[in-house]
Design a protein around this ligand. Structure first.
Ligand code: GLU
Length: 494
């Protein structure tokens, strides 16, 4: 009979079965999961439904196909996208990714996240994103250059790129090299356009890039988490000590973002006990050095068998390691309803875009795990992209005008202090006080300020409204309010 069976199935078994079922049938796409988080937050705002629907929608989706003549003479059709989610501010902004997994839904989701991300960190751009459905490892450098240049000229043809229209940047699978191909193609198609360098960010310094862009996302992740860890009430709730020092950290992904996040945590006294890549993961309770691991992987082709570390052959198990801070820094949907119940971290810092699904969020709320959301935490990249774009439009390097002037003023201040006090300023202090800011100092300072203010703004919203269930929802509330206000100010409704 069915009665004894019903008694045997307890609450946790039902939860497990439900999670298995939910993850097996993938109830909604990435874009729909962004919409779901948006809807969850919009209840805490005062805006009318029509306006909320407009904010949520992707304004323009450009799907393209173009031919590539491969090195062996065969012809291949390349599938690519650029999505402009919102033009409430111009230009649109967001990276271009090269990955086998690229599809229209993913690019739409990522473009939406860019709108909210920019709003949260007060960067005056709308959201955009691009993607080319290729695995870059399967193409020669020459083929990649041809693909990138053709993609750029397709964007130019449809007016989908330009310093005042839409400004791409690096993302998963792309970097400085691709950005320099883009700026070169754009400039050659737009002769005489004085601001052409501002058509893309994340460029090499020699092509109009800015110092500090490369490490910006990882450094922003660090600044954001450090600010959270400096909040005594929040740390008390998580059962953790205030500060970064001594905290154990696991990082998934050793690409640009993961590498730099790990580096800044380690340099500030945290222990990076686990590092994961797709071929496997490694663990060492005494802490790992990301640069040594990176060199080991480059030499051997795998993260596994790093001297002194324990191998974790199934990479996704690294996410379930006991630690204070877990940093998923690879791709979307890695923590979902199925594995979220096994996560043991006390804080999750979403360095990637969309690593945790809405089901995972529900589990975190139940378990008291603090998830620091992507579209605020990984905004360091676009923040420094904004600085690069400003540099391109102003045609002058940061610090060029004031560096020497500041150094002279500082020198005379030291002289005055020494004369008045009769004491000598130490050599070390003198060096610090004398130094006029270089571009890198100003970029790091602007980034630090941006991440600290955004953290405080989100926490204020969260703590002042006890009904808001999690930090992601609080971040969305702030983003929606900012975007809606600028729509309202624009008076867009005829
Ligand atoms: N691709 C990065 C992101 O997802 C950077 C975007 C940009 O700099 O425009 O935030």
């Amino acid at each position: 009979s069915s009665l004894p069976v019903a008694i045997l199935i307890n609450k946790s078994t039902i939860a497990k079965l439900k999670n298995k079922f939910m993850s097996a049938q993938k109830p909604y796409s990435f874009f729909q999961s962004v919409e779901k988080s948006f809807d969850k937050a919009s209840k805490f705002t005062k805006w009318e439904l029509g306006l909320l629907e407009q904010i949520k929608a992707c304004n323009s989706v450009y799907q393209m196909r173009f031919p590539l003549k491969r090195d062996d003479g065969t012809i291949e059709v390349i599938e690519a996208y650029r999505v402009q989610h919102s033009q409430h501010k111009s230009p649109c902004k967001g990276g271009i990714r090269f990955s086998d997994e690229v599809n229209q839904d993913e690019v739409m989701a990522l473009a939406s996240l860019m709108t909210y991300k920019c709003a949260i960190v007060n960067v005056p751009f709308g959201g955009g994103k691009g993607g080319i459905k290729i695995n870059p490892k399967k193409y020669s450098t020459y083929e990649l250059e041809k693909i990138t240049r053709r993609y750029t000229s397709e964007l130019v043809k449809k007016n989908f790129i330009g310093p005042g229209i839409d400004v791409p940047a690096p993302d998963y699978g792309t970097g400085e090299r691709e950005m320099s191909w883009i700026v070169d193609t754009y400039s050659s198609l737009k002769p005489g356009e004085i601001d052409a360098a501002g058509c893309v960010t994340g460029k090499p310094i020699s092509q109009g890039g800015v110092w500090g862009r490369k490490e910006a996302t990882g450094l922003g992740v660090f600044y954001g988490i450090r600010e959270v860890c400096n909040m005594p009430d929040i740390m008390k709730k998580q059962g953790l000590e205030v500060g970064i020092e001594g905290k154990t950290v696991v990082v998934q992904g050793l690409g640009n973002v993961g590498y730099h996040s790990a580096k800044f945590f380690r340099e500030h006294g945290a222990l990076v006990i686990g590092l994961a890549e797709y071929e496997g993961a490694i663990y060492n309770a005494a802490g790992l050095n990301e640069e040594e691991v990176f060199q080991h992987r480059k030499k051997t082709g795998s993260i596994l068998n790093f001297p002194g570390a324990t191998n974790i052959v199934n990479s996704s198990e690294a996410l379930e390691l006991a630690c204070d801070i877990l940093i998923p820094a690879a791709l979307e949907n890695v923590i979902n309803g199925e594995n979220a119940p096994r996560i043991k971290a006390k804080i999750i810092g979403e360095a990637a875009n969309g690593p945790c699904t809405p089901e995972a969020d529900e589990v975190f709320t139940q378990k008291g795990i603090l998830c620091v959301p992507d579209m605020y935490l990984n905004a360091g990249g676009v923040t420094v992209s904004y600085f690069e774009w400003l540099k391109n439009l102003s045609h002058v390097r940061y610090g060029r005008m004031e560096k020497r002037y500041d150094e002279k003023i500082n020198a005379s201040l030291i002289k005055q202090i020494e004369e008045l006090s009769g004491k000598k300023v130490s050599h070390e202090e003198r060096e610090i006080i004398l130094h006029g800011a270089d571009e890198i100092d100003l970029v790091h300072s602007g980034l630090e300020e941006t991440m600290i203010s955004a953290t405080r703004e989100i926490m204020d919203t969260w703590l002042n409204n006890p009904e808001i269930p999690d930090m992601r929802t609080a971040a969305y509330v702030n983003a929606i309010n900012k975007v809606a206000t600028s729509y309202a100010e624009l008076g867009i409704f005829p």
